[in-house]
Design a protein around this ligand. Structure first.
Ligand code: TYM
Length: 372
């Protein structure tokens, strides 16, 4: 029997049916019409849009309506520091950087060291330490220092708190229980926390004393926060935050699980050396190939379940090259071991540049941080 699909900010299990999520969460597909509308402004489409890695949205049409009227949106996204940054976390950030460049907009980036210490077996001191490591990765993405504002909840709480309180007043325990699955054993920090992650949706509107549209690029796993956020918005006189959702990069070990910062064999970290990247992919990447070379040559591999191929769809920007790899794998011309090495090369080239920028980020952290 297929494993039940669970997708919350803290747990992802089973094979994810993205169409079902669109129905369950009440979001919309990104249609060709909408892609064409985006393209009018951006000239080209990001490969994550072309490939439907960003597959769902709420109110993106409205974001463009307002933008066309001269009412620019801001971007809001974030990271919950529970371990080293993985390649999965970078998916929404790669796209967020593209949106910032193309639309020339501000980005607010929240770090939820509070959330992760409430959810995981980690102290607040530990998550705060991890936060600074993660921030280096965020800065290394190349966001515009003049338009990017990163904040840690426990440092910036003085500004967030009045808003979080106003939000919390409109969200009942029965709502968070239903949305997040809290029960009597859930610590009380978590029942309040959603209002802290919702607050940045409205913060720039408060700071600039006028309503500013908010667009959140993030994976669909964060959607539990945005449904209550959208219910509360009109009650407080704000615009409802809009979303654009990406699919999850699967675990190295197979398409039925999310990669996790806490399982080193399921994920590749931004700090992994080329040798470690190679070892992990060669040893763990789930294969869609046949069990012998002879059989593989005859029957070919299955790119739909092969993790190396799936990861290439997230990282190989060139459509033609990607398609050639797919065809060669399907026909049996390309063996699993060879496909793995293509991925190793791609990821190592990507990480080489990232790690250089990550080192430089240490000198410019203060330029990006919002502090009370
Ligand atoms: P966190 O740290 O779990 O994840 C950071 C971002 O990465 C996305 N994500 C993934 N995307 C693709 N493939 C994966 N395997 C994968 N795993 C995680 C997440 O959707 C997220 O966008 N509570 C949040 C932090 C946060 C936040 C926000 C995120 C605060 N405010 C606003 C998005 C938008 C968290 O713990 O994310």
């Amino acid at each position: 029997m297929a494993e039940e699909m669970i997708i919350t900010p803290w747990e992802v299990k089973g094979k994810i049916d993205y169409d079902k999520l669109i129905k369950e969460f009440g979001t919309k597909h990104i249609t060709e019409d909408l892609l064409n509308r985006i393209k009018k402004h951006t000239k080209e489409l990001h490969y994550m849009l072309r490939r439907k890695i960003f597959f769902s949205h709420r109110d993106l049409e409205w974001i463009l309506d307002e933008y066309e009227k001269g009412n620019k949106f801001f971007l809001y996204t974030g990271r919950g520091p529970s371990g080293n940054t993985t390649l999965g976390h970078m998916i929404p950030w790669i796209f967020t950087k593209w949106l910032q460049d193309k639309f020339d907009v501000e980005l607010y980036f929240q770090i939820t060291e509070d959330e992760k210490s409430l959810v995981k077996n980690l102290s607040l001191e530990e998550t705060t330490k991890i936060a600074y490591e993660n921030i280096l990765d965020v800065i290394a993405m190349g966001f515009d220092p003049n338009k990017t504002h990163i904040f840690l909840d426990t440092e910036y709480i003085k500004t967030l708190y009045p808003l979080a309180i106003k939000i919390a007043k409109h969200i009942t325990f029965s709502t968070v229980k239903a949305v997040f699955g809290f029960d009597n054993s859930t610590n009380i920090g978590l029942s309040f926390f959603p209002s802290v992650q919702i607050a940045p949706c409205f913060l720039p509107s408060v700071m600039k004393k006028k309503n500013i549209p908010c667009l959140i690029p993030a994976s669909i796993d964060q959607d539990d926060y945005w449904r209550p956020a959208r219910d509360v918005a009109p009650k407080l006189g704000f615009y409802k935050p809009a979303q654009i959702h990406n699919k999850l990069l699967v675990s190295l070990q197979g398409p039925t699980s999310k990669m996790s910062s806490s399982d080193p064999n399921s994920a590749i970290y931004t700090t992994d050396t080329p040798q470690v990247v190679k070892e992990k992919i060669v040893k763990y990447a789930y294969s869609g190939g046949q069990s012998t070379v002879a059989e593989h040559r005859k029957k070919g591999g299955n790119p739909d379940v092969d993790v190396s191929y799936q990861w290439l769809t997230f990282f190989e920007e060139d459509d033609k090259r990607l398609n050639q790899i797919k065809e060669d794998y399907k026909s049996g011309k390309l063996l699993t071991g060879e496909l793995k090495l293509i991925l190793v090369e791609k990821i190592n080239a990507f990480l080489k540049d990232h790690q250089k920028r990550r080192e430089k980020a240490k000198d410019v952290i203060d330029k990006f941080m919002l502090r009370d």
